[in-house]
Design a protein around this ligand. Structure first.
Ligand code: EGV
Length: 376
């Protein structure tokens, strides 16, 4: 359904093409310059290495988790051993979860749209998917028939690429419904650091509901650490899936150097770094919107988004056409078709831009976009 000759691969394959361009506004990884506070941490890397050599990794890991979760308001995260599984990336956590789910359930309701590798990892492990569009997800109660037909509801919040956040009230109700139906509730919160509306204590809500829950957390989108990062698979005591066993099939643990670095970046975030990041992303977003304002047929689909990505709607060209024309200027964005994993045509007229970039190359990239859109 929805495949066409114009399809150019998955989103990550499109992101690969961009990696060597100075105008890479494709992937959602953080590539802006380090702040002064962050540069200080990088200066201290030899000390963190020495700390990683000397101290027990369990201590470094607990400190990294505590610093990260508290910086983002997640005070009720489970700190007991084995409940937060540190992975090389959130996609590794996603693979572990997908393999675990496939042992006991057949079907997952997955938010639509969302980053395509979530759908691909679930399907790659043999799971069937049912799309859950954002409007019904954020509206009334989920259909009883939907809940009866799935073993898991999987949501990305803030969502990628739309930035939509599941509110505390909404999560409370979703968790109640999933608990009553015996359905696992899984969240990918990789973009939560950008949006204070996603900083209410999710773990408190999930635990209070009694639902079987899993959360994938990520440090990888927040800080420009050259892809030194941790993804975390966090789970409820009652989950009843072999996540710890499958984790052990794939890895022993992440580097204590990276854990020590995550602790320091989290402390810096809590001490004002997060607000600085929010101002930076908001500034880049305002610049992008100002640069594209007034172009006929060009829209802002996600006016409330605070995520580090921004969608642009284009009435009379497809995202793939704009992507192609931008490449002639060595600028790489992302056409949104693949985000709409169940119905790609829904994403035909949108493009995603990365905002976690230094403002100057981002501004040059957006000027090229304006040029392309002006000369349609
Ligand atoms: C985004 C890259 C993977 C992913 C980027 C991403 N692809 N992991 N297969 O990390 O929004 O650009 O999430």
């Amino acid at each position: 359904m929805g495949e066409s000759e114009g399809d150019t691969g998955n989103l990550t394959q499109l992101e690969f093409l961009a990696l060597n361009s100075e105008f890479n506004i494709a992937d959602g990884h953080a590539r802006q310059a380090l702040t002064a506070g962050q540069s200080k941490i990088v200066d201290d890397l030899p000390l963190l290495f020495a700390e990683g050599e000397k101290r027990p990794v369990e201590e470094l890991e607990q400190e990294a988790h505590a610093a990260f979760f508290t910086a983002l308001g997640q005070h009720s995260y489970p700190s007991a051993p084995g409940r937060v599984l540190s992975c090389y990336s959130s996609s590794v956590a996603m693979e572990i979860l997908s393999r675990s789910l496939a042992e006991t359930i057949d079907t997952v309701a997955l938010v639509h749209p969302t980053f395509d590798n979530i759908a691909d990892l679930l399907r790659g492990n043999g799971l069937k998917l049912v799309p859950l569009a954002e409007d019904p997800l954020h509206g009334d109660d989920l259909d009883a028939s939907l809940l009866a037909s799935v073993g898991c509801v999987f949501l990305t919040t803030p969502n990628n690429p739309t930035g939509r956040v599941v509110s505390k009230e909404r999560l409370t109700r979703l968790a109640e419904q999933c608990a009553a139906a015996g359905v696992i509730l899984a969240l990918d919160t990789s973009f939560r650091g950008f949006d204070t509306r996603a900083h209410y204590d999710h773990y408190e809500v999930l635990e209070a509901s009694g639902v079987r829950w899993v959360v994938i957390e990520d440090t990888g989108k927040l800080w420009p650490t050259l892809d030194l990062k941790v993804g975390m698979l966090v789970h409820s005591e009652n989950l009843g899936l072999p996540v710890e066993k499958i984790y052990s099939d794939i890895l022993l643990g992440v580097s204590p150097l990276i854990l020590a670095m995550v602790r320091r970046f989290s402390e810096d975030a809590a001490a004002g770094g997060l607000e600085e990041l929010h101002r930076f992303i908001a500034g880049n977003r305002a610049m992008v919107r100002a640069e594209l304002a007034g172009l006929p047929g060009v829209t802002v689909p996600d006016p409330d988004s605070r995520a580090s990505v921004e969608r642009v709607g284009i009435d009379d060209l497809t995202g793939t056409q704009v992507w192609d024309r931008l490449r002639e200027h060595n600028v790489y964005a992302l056409p949104c078709r693949p985000f709409h994993w169940a119905n790609p045509t829904e994403g035909d007229h949108t493009l995603r831009l990365a905002l976690a970039r230094s403002t100057d190359p981002l501004a040059q990239s957006v000027r090229a976009l304006r040029h392309v859109l002006k000369n349609r």
